[in-house]
Every structure is written in structure tokens, then in C-alpha cells.
Design a protein around this ligand. Structure first.
Ligand code: GDP
Length: 194
């Protein structure tokens, strides 16, 4: 497949970007969503740890796998690690339909997670939150954990989908929500409208 500017695929297909803390289960979710044969990694940015992977799915849309954040300790005064990752991507996409943010059911949302959600809301980017690894908790503990995440993030329960890449629970709901995102018009920077 042709690669524009040597770093990303041509922007011929709608794109969905995935973001979350390192180890949140992003690769596992991507693998659970897409049968291996159906996708091919088409391009990635140079660099070992900060690469962005682009997966073309069934020749119809692209999943953008942004690097996990929260691994390196970043000084308080420095910009959030995730912000430079997503900004680098946002500068060069005209095909974004939405962002999927992943959060581990066993962890309280971090300051990074919360700041990321706020940032996406400011930029008016349609955002879906997937709560990962729900198989790790029993029913009641899981309900409590999800409720806590909703309170901390201020999200409504319709905006989050509990999911397990291991059992497949929630997979169809996530896929359905992504299909809905894909049908929306491309995201544009709020400023571009003026
Ligand atoms: P990434 O760093 O966000 O891409 O995370 P990975 O997909 O590599 O997963 C990190 C770890 O969490 C691995 O050990 C996975 O096996 C585990 N993991 C991922 N998803 C699930 C899940 O749904 N359930 C359970 N129990 N473990 C998971």
C-alpha cells in the first residue's frame, strides 16, 4: 500500500484511533476486534517505542494504534506524554472518526486518563471508553469498579463499554460502537470551522 510522506498511509479510509495507558490491554483488544487475517499493518512511524501503527481493516477503514502512555515518569511541568502522541497524529489526519480510550477495570483512572478525556472533549472528538479486563473481577466487584470509574470520569454509562479480550465479553458492543463512529463525518478541529 502507498505510504504518504513515508510515515503514514494515504488518507483514503476512515480512521479510529486507540489510546490508553501502557499495559491496559490495547493490543489484546485490537486482536480481539479483528481477525488476524483481516488486517495488515500498513505503516508505522520511525522510532522504537513511540511508533504509531496503522492497521488497514478489510480495505475499508484504518485502526490507528497510538503508543501507550503513563510508563515514563514525566515532570509535572512537562506536557502530558499522550498529548504529544495524539497531537502528532491529529496534525496529519483528515480522516479521524473517533478515539477509543481504554481503561483497566482494576485501576482508578489516572490523572493522565482524566486529562486525556478532557482534552478529547475540548477538541470535540467523538470518544468511546472501553473498560478492559473485566474478567479479572467478579460480578459485584466489577459493577463497583465500573461505577467508580463513571464517578471519577463524569461519563454516563452509555459512554463506556465493559469488555474482556480474553472471554470476548463486550466485543460485539465495542465493534458496534466503532461502526457507529465510522459512519460520522470526519473530525475537524473546532477552530477550522471559524
Ligand atoms: P497493551 O500494552 O495495552 O497493548 O496491553 P496488552 O494487550 O499487551 O495486555 C497487557 C497484559 O494484560 C497482557 O498480559 C494481557 O494478557 C493482559 N490482558 C489484556 N486484555 C486482557 C483481558 O481482557 N483479560 C485479562 N485477564 N487479561 C488481559
Amino acid at each position: 500500500m502507498a505510504v504518504a510522506g513515508g510515515w503514514r498511509p494515504e488518507q483514503t479510509h476512515p480512521e479510529i484511533a486507540f489510546l490508553g495507558r501502557s499495559n491496559v490491554g490495547k493490543s489484546s483488544l485490537l486482536n480481539a476486534l479483528v481477525r488476524r487475517k483481516a488486517f495488515a499493518r500498513v505503516s508505522r512511524t520511525p522510532g522504537r517505542t513511540q511508533e504509531i501503527n496503522f492497521f488497514e481493516i478489510n480495505g475499508r477503514f484504518v485502526f490507528v494504534d497510538l503508543p501507550g502512555y503513563g510508563y515514563a515518569r514525566v515532570a509535572k511541568t512537562k506536557r502530558h506524554e499522550w498529548q504529544s502522541l495524539i497531537d502528532a497524529y491529529l496534525r496529519r489526519t483528515s480522516q479521524l472518526r473517533g478515539v477509543v480510550v481504554l481503561m483497566d477495570v482494576r485501576r482508578d483512572p489516572s490523572d493522565d486518563d482524566l486529562a486525556l478525556l478532557e482534552y478529547l472533549a475540548e477538541l470535540e472528538i467523538p470518544t468511546l471508553v472501553v473498560i478492559t479486563k473485566v474478567d479479572k473481577l467478579g460480578k459485584q466487584a466489577r459493577e463497583e469498579a465500573v461505577a467508580r470509574i463513571l464517578v471519577t470520569t463524569g461519563l454516563d454509562s452509555e459512554q463506556v463499554i465493559p469488555c474482556s479480550a480474553h472471554t470476548g465479553e463486550g466485543r460485539a458492543e465495542v465493534a458496534g460502537a466503532i461502526v457507529d463512529l465510522l459512519e460520522a463525518p470526519p473530525w475537524q478541529k473546532p477552530d477550522d470551522d471559524q
